[in-house]
Design a protein around this ligand. Structure first.
Ligand code: ZN
Length: 170
């Protein structure tokens, strides 16, 4: 273990610089999902997952960003265990297992389920329609595949999502 005070100060400082994009799941996410899914089959474990995540800040997996949805990062086991305690005991073991898997692996969350965004890494960026990677929106060629004329800026989506930005630490 390094005990140099400068090293500790450096780590402390870097922890503030580190940008971790997070989203907060809305308390209405479950009811919104159920009401919007009326035209097809409701995935109940999905609804239960949104229920126990209500009000929680979750890390976003930022290697693949999207305009109106988010891939969440898989959660550590102890965090998943803590969240699963919020599931009512009358839910079936199968439902519990499906919710557990989604939390461990990460899930695709729609913007309608989100009421807070922090550290948005999509600002100034776009998505390459050719390779699917994030790239600078102002560039004419994709930074990953080098193809041109396939870059879709996230800006049209962000225009109506900025009201969700939360600046205070969470
Ligand atoms: Zn590309």
């Amino acid at each position: 273990m390094v005990s140099c005070p400068f090293f500790h100060y450096l780590l402390f400082y870097l922890s503030f610089l580190e940008k971790t994009m997070k989203i907060r799941i809305s308390k209405q996410a479950k009811s919104y999902y159920i009401s919007s899914a009326h035209h097809h089959v409701t995935n109940w474990p999905w609804a239960y997952m949104l229920e126990i995540l209500a009000g929680e800040w979750i890390d976003v997996e930022t290697n693949y960003l999207f305009g109106s949805q988010f891939n969440t990062a898989g959660m550590p086991v102890d965090q998943v265990e803590m969240l699963l305690k919020r599931m009512p005991s009358y839910r079936s073991p199968e439902d519990l297992q499906k919710v557990q898997e989604s939390l461990l692996l990460g899930a695709r969350i729609m913007i309608e389920s989100v009421d807070g965004i922090q550290g948005d890494e999509r600002i100034g960026m776009g998505r390459c329609g050719w390779c699917g990677k994030n790239t600078a929106a102002a560039e004419s060629v994709c930074q990953s595949c080098g193809k041109s004329e396939h870059i879709n800026s996230f800006e049209p989506f962000l225009a109506y999502q900025r009201e969700l930005y939360v600046k205070e630490p969470v």
